[in-house]
Design a protein. Structure first.
Length: 148
């Protein structure tokens, strides 16, 4: 039985590291804002095994005029559990959290290989692709939540 629960920033490292930062030191898994009260971390579990994580940061991107915004960071599912709908469950959970926090927009920097996944979930791209040093090419993606 798979379930999602709130976890600490430190607990996300066991997934962030092998999926997003494999060639880098474990310290690279710490993101600015990880420990703020306004940041939420969620883990998707199968029994006691953590399979995937997603983090939500209250962060404004100036590409958008929307007042209230959340940024998704550190979205990752262990390789052997990818393509099973777990990432989708995590994103839907993040969207619900945004809605509960009365946020109006969810955005993130998507890796090139993940754009198709997010497009299927109703996200749109904004602006041109850009390089995140040491990580690779990304594009900003977004979705309106709680349309007024």
């Amino acid at each position: 039985m798979k379930n999602i629960k709130q976890i600490t920033a430190l607990e996300t490292f066991s997934i962030r590291h092998p999926v997003l930062r494999a060639e880098k030191p474990i310290e690279s898994c710490h993101f600015d804002g990880d420990t703020l009260e306004t940041t939420f971390h969620f883990g998707l579990y199968d029994s006691d095994n953590l399979l995937g994580v997603v983090s939500l940061f209250e962060a404004k991107n100036n590409l958008f005029t929307t007042e209230k915004q959340f940024q998704i960071r550190g979205m990752a599912v262990l390789k052997q559990h990818q393509k099973l709908g777990l990432g989708e469950k995590l994103i839907i959970h993040a969207e619900k959290q945004c809605s509960e926090q009365k946020q109006n927009l969810i955005w993130f920097n998507a890796r090139e290989e993940a754009i198709g996944f997010y497009t299927k979930m109703g996200y749109q791209t904004k602006g041109l692709p850009f390089e995140i040093k040491g990580v690779g090419e990304h594009v900003v993606m977004f979705k309106a939540i709680n349309d007024e």
